[in-house]
Design a protein around this ligand. Sequence first.
Ligand SMILES: C[S@@+](CC[C@H](N)C(=O)[O-])C[C@H]1O[C@@H](n2cnc3c(N)ncnc32)[C@H](O)[C@@H]1O
Length: 294
Amino acid sequence: MENTIICADVIEGLKKIPDGTVTLICSSPPYNLKIAYASAADDQPYLDYLKWLKEVFTECKRVLRKGGRLVINISAMTNRQSDKGEEYIRPVYVDLGVMMKSMGMKFFGEHIWYKSDKAPEPNSYGGGQFDGKKTAWGSYMSPSCPAVRRNHEYILVYSKDQFQLEKSPESGDPDITAAQFQLYIASTWSMQPETANIGNHPVPFCKELPHRCIMLYSYPNDIVLDPFNGVGTTTLMAYINGRRYIGIDMEQKYCDCALDRIRHNEYSEVFVPKQKPKKPTAEEFAAGEGCVLE
Ligand SMILES: C[S@@+](CC[C@H](N)C(=O)[O-])C[C@H]1O[C@@H](n2cnc3c(N)ncnc32)[C@H](O)[C@@H]1O
């Protein structure tokens, strides 16, 4: 299974993917922060949320091949109001770390996404602080209870069974440039959050995030999966970078948008791929050679 957008519940969608076939999973699960997705609820009791994530990541582990990477972009915390009790802020990345260890996934490393106010410049760590619209200061100008304003997120990297990723018979030769490697290998990534309204999705990835993960952690032609694909930023960047892709999302209009972005071959202005992949013709799409919407 490859070059497919599956419109289904995440577990149901993952079950369609054969064991050990995916090289890279790059995804951002819902953060349980009451984000208004079109159909998905984002408001579970915290322990139910963790249990659900474990179910999802167990399926993810199954579909990964040996040495395959699971890259999870997660907020620094979740603070669902109604069941938080004494626990004011929950460091979900800590609980995820414990969960991954219990599942036997190997911790590979992490990148801190520093939310910059500028688009990245080639080979630069630059950019100032992205302020967004948040002004929740807590006790403003008083030490009584200032609220930390999180202008970063985590990108946690795990691997299955072993750290080394061998080329598969289908993999191409590494295609990352020296400049890209030297920038992407750093543990801090300064990237501007997506500001465009893409398919009315409340929180699409910036293109740079999956782009960096794909270039650093997979070979050309490998299969890249996003089980929470939304409007398909991961699948678009996989396509642009000459990888095969699978995306899953439960919302039909996000899946349509993901497919549309690939069809219109929406190239990023920031990244010029070394070789533009051939844009499939309408006939090729119809024959399922471009991408398929299930
Ligand atoms: C954080 S967003 C991912 C955004 C994505 N990275 C992008 O660039 O558009 C999470 C996505 O998970 C989807 N989702 C939430 N619960 C789901 C479920 N049970 N099954 C499938 N998709 C789900 C939502 O519809 C939402 O698009």
